[in-house]
Design a protein around this ligand. Structure first.
Ligand code: KIV
Ligand code: ZN
Length: 514
C-alpha cells in the first residue's frame, strides 16, 4: 500500500537565505498562500529571531495561512531560549504550530563550531527540546550535519531528544556531502531504531545540492523509510540549494511503482508556484532545470518531434498538463524536420500542395528559421502565401517597420511604425518606462486589449555584439500567449516579441476560418 510522505517546504527560510532573495512581509505571505494552494503539509516561514521583519512575516503567515487544520506552520530556532521564544511567539497563531530547532551533531560542529564536548551539546539539545515542549506539543529537532556525524553519537542524540519530547527528527545533509546509497543506508538504520523507540515520531530528511545529489539523496531516504522531506521550490537555498520540491514530488508520482508513496501536493500548481517564487526572489530558473525549466517540456530536434508525433510516450514521461503547463507544443526551429512542419501546416489547413511544392516550402521554412530562431503559425502563413504569391491571410499580420524609444527620468516615450495590408500605421505613447511606452504604442496600433503578464530579457551571447533574447507572456480574452524574439538591439527584440504575440492572437481569433 502507498505510504504518505509529508512535504515540508522551506523556500521561505532556507530558500530565502540565498543572497539577494529576501522578501518583504507581503511577498512572503503571497508565496505562503501559493504554497498552501500547492498542497504542502508544512511551511517553514522564516527565522524569526533574525529580524523584527521576519518575526512579523512569520506571525502574519501563521495567522492568515495557518488558519486551517490542513497545514502546519513552523519557523527555525537555534537551541537557545530566545530563539525558541521568537518561534513560539510568531507561530502560535496557527491552528497547527510547530517549533523547529537545529543543533549540530558532527565532530566538526560540536568541537570546532561550538568548542564543547559531545555530552555538553547533547544536554543543550535535550534542555532546548524540554523548553520548547513546555510551549507547544509539536517540536522538530534537526541534527545539523547528520550525514558527517558519528553514527552512534547521532543515534544517542536522537534517542535523548525523542525521550525529551521531540515529535519529528530531521536528518540534514547540511553540506550536500552524502551519496544516495550511503544516505539510504543511514536512514534505514535510523528508521529501524527510531520506530522501535517510538513509532509516532516522524523521520525527516533535508538535503543540500552541493554535489548535485539533493534530489537523489532525498529519494534514497524515502525508499529507506523517511516519512517526511524538506524541499524548496526550484531547488533554491543555501549555496547550491536544496532538494527541489517539484523534482522529488514528480519522481514519486512518475515512478510510483518504485517508491510506493504519495503526497498531498496538487502538481497542477507547480508551475504557478515556481513562477511566483522566481519572480519575487529575482532568481531565474535554469532553462534546462528538471520540471520547472523553460525547456523541460520543449522538444526541438527533428528526430524527437517526429517520434512525439507518432507516439507521445516516445519522448515524454510526464504530461505538461500534470504540472500546470499548457499542452505540448512543438517549437518549430531550424532543427525541426519535415514531419513537424507538415503537421503544423496541416493544423492550419495549409495542405494543398504537391510533394515537390512542400519540399520548396520546407526550404523557405528553413531559411526563415535560420533568421528568426523560432517560427510561429503566422510565419507559416507568410511562407506559404509568399510561395504561392498571394496574401489572403498574411494581410492580417503586423510587421515592424521602424521604432524610436526615448528613455528619460520624466517621460519615457516611444513611436512605432508597423505595416499591415501594405499600409504604414503609426502610433506613439508615453509610459512608466521605455518598454511600457513601446508596448502601449504597439497596442494603440493593433487595437487589441492585451495584458502583459511576463517580460523577461536575457543575453544569449557575450561582448559588444551580445544578442538580447526577450520572452513575453500576455493574456488576451482569458488565454495566455507566449512569444520570443532576439536581436542585438533589445528594444527591437522587445518590439518583435510583442508583434509575434499579436500575430499569434490574430491567427487564433481574427483570421477568417479556412
Ligand atoms: O541545512 C541544514 O542543516 C539546515 C537545518 C536548519 C535543517 O538548514
Ligand atoms: Zn539547509
Amino acid at each position: 500500500m502507498a505510504r504518505k510522505i509529508w512535504v515540508f517546504d522551506t523556500t521561505l527560510r532556507d530558500g530565502e537565505q540565498v543572497p539577494g532573495a529576501k522578501l518583504d512581509q507581503y511577498e512572503k505571505l503571497e508565496v505562503a498562500q501559493q504554497l498552501k494552494k500547492l498542497g504542502v503539509d508544512m511551511i517553514e516561514a522564516g527565522f524569526p529571531s533574525s529580524s523584527t521583519g521576519d518575526f512579523n512575516a512569520v506571525k502574519e503567515i501563521a495567522t492568515k495561512v495557518g488558519n486551517t487544520d490542513d497545514i502546519i506552520i513552523t519557523a527555525l530556532a537555534r537551541a537557545v531560549k530566545s530563539d525558541i521564544d521568537a518561534v513560539y511567539n510568531s507561530v502560535k497563531y496557527a491552528n497547527n504550530p510547530l517549533i523547529h530547532m537545529v543543533l549540530g551533531t558532527s565532530d566538526i560542529h560540536v568541537e570546532k563550531k561550538f568548542g564543547k564536548s559531545k555530552d555538553q551539546i547533547m544536554d543543550i539539545g535535550v534542555e532546548a527540546v524540554k523548553y520548547a515542549k513546555s510551549l507547544l506539543p509539536n517540536v522538530q529537532y534537526s541534527t545539523e550535519d547528520a550525514s558527517r556525524s558519528d553514527f552512534e553519537y547521532l543515534w544517542k542524540t536522537i534517542e535523548a531528544v525523542v525521550k525529551a519530547g521531540a515529535t519529528i527528527i530531521n536528518v540534514p545533509d547540511t553540506v550536500g556531502y552524502a551519496e544516495p546509497e550511503e544516505f539510504g543506508e543511514l536512514l534505514f538504520k535510523l528508521n529501524d531504531r527510531l520506530k522501535n523507540l517510538n513509532d509516532t515520531v516522524l523521520l525527516s530528511v533535508h538535503c543540500h545540492n552541493d554535489l548535485g545529489m539533493a534530489t537523489a539523496n532525498t529519494l534514497a531516504a524515502i525508499k529507506n523509510g523517511a516519512d517526511k522531506v524538506e524541499c524548496t521550490i526550484n531547488g533554491i537555498g543555501e549555496r547550491a540549494g536544496n532538494a527541489a520540491l517539484e523534482e522529488v514530488v514528480m519522481a514519486m508520482n512518475t515512478r510510483s511503482s518504485v517508491y510506493q508513496t504519495y503526497t498531498n501536493v496538487n502538481t497542477k500548481e507547480i508551475m504557478n508556484t515556481s513562477k511566483l517564487v522566481s519572480s519575487f526572489m529575482g532568481l531565474d530558473v535554469q532553462v534546462n532545470k528538471a520540471i520547472t525549466g523553460d525547456n523541460a517540456f520543449a522538444h526541438s530536434s527533428g528526430i524527437h518531434q517526429d517520434g512525439l508525433l507518432k507516439s507521445r510516450d516516445a519522448y515524454e514521461i510526464i504530461s505538461p498538463l500534470e504540472v500546470g503547463l499548457e499542452d505540448m507544443e512543438l517549437v518549430l526551429t531550424a532543427r525541426s524536420g519535415r514531419h513537424a512542419v507538415k503537421n503544423a501546416l496541416n493544423k492550419l489547413g495549409l495542405n494543398e500542395f504537391t510533394d515537390i511544392q512542400f519540399e520548396e516550402i520546407f526550404e523557405d521554412f528553413l531559411e526563415m528559421a535560420d533568421k528568426k530562431k523560432e517560427v510561429y503559425n503566422h510565419d507559416l502563413y507568410i511562407i506559404v502565401e509568399n510561395y504561392f504569391k498571394e496574401s489572403h491571410i498574411s494581410d492580417n499580420f503586423f510587421e515592424l517597420v521602424d521604432l524610436q524609444v526615448i528613455s528619460n527620468t520624466s517621460f519615457p516615450s516611444a513611436s512605432v511604425k508597423l505595416k499591415k495590408e501594405g499600409q504604414i500605421l503609426e502610433g506613439s505613447a508615453v509610459g512608466s518606462g521605455p518598454i511600457d511606452a513601446l508596448y502601449s504604442a504597439i497596442m494603440e496600433i493593433s487595437q487589441l486589449d492585451i495584458q502583459l503578464r511576463e517580460y523577461n530579457i536575457s543575453s544569449v551571447s557575450r561582448g559588444k555584439e551580445a544578442v538580447g533574447k526577450v520572452k513575453i507572456q500576455v493574456e488576451f480574452r482569458g488565454e495566455k500567449y507566449t512569444a520570443k524574439a532576439t536581436d542585438t538591439d533589445i528594444m527591437k527584440a522587445s518590439a518583435l516579441a510583442f508583434i509575434n504575440v499579436i500575430n499569434n492572437i490574430v491567427v487564433d481569433h481574427l483570421v477568417p476560418a479556412n
